[in-house]
Design a protein around this ligand. Structure first.
Ligand SMILES: [Cu+2]
Length: 121
């Protein structure tokens, strides 16, 4: 039984879960599921930027979550926190470049609610 315990512990460790990537064209909407403590997909690649990216966060967790788009430390868009079981949509204007996606509730980012947004020309 020991290996079961070890496997369970390994699963709860600092290793990130596999990150799913989605690729969309500029103008195509993106849907992100948020839960404790992950965004799925965790990586979004937009081709044909600059773009007005329409993002829907589907809160499938048990807690309130949000999603913010960060350019360096600057927040350039996103959604305020909202309750579990709801979804919200926003639009963010992005130039080609790399951005971070984070949930700013408490320590959710440190716990894994973070992702990448890459906008390609
Ligand atoms: Cu969160």
């Amino acid at each position: 039984m020991l290996w079961v315990v070890l496997a369970a512990l390994a699963g709860c460790g600092g290793d990130d879960p596999p990150t799913r990537t989605v690729r969309v064209g500029a103008g195509e909407p993106v849907r992100v599921s948020g839960s404790e403590y992950t965004f799925d997909p965790g990586r979004i690649i937009v081709a044909g930027g600059p773009a007005r990216l329409r993002v829907t966060l589907d809160n499938q967790g048990d807690l309130a979550h949000n999603i913010k788009v960060l350019d360096g430390d600057a927040e350039i868009g996103g959604l305020s926190s909202f309750p579990a079981g709801e979804e919200r949509t926003t639009t963010v204007a992005v130039e080609p470049g790399r951005y971070r996606l984070v949930c700013t509730v408490a320590d959710h980012e440190e716990l894994g609610m973070e992702g990448e947004l890459e906008v390609r020309p």
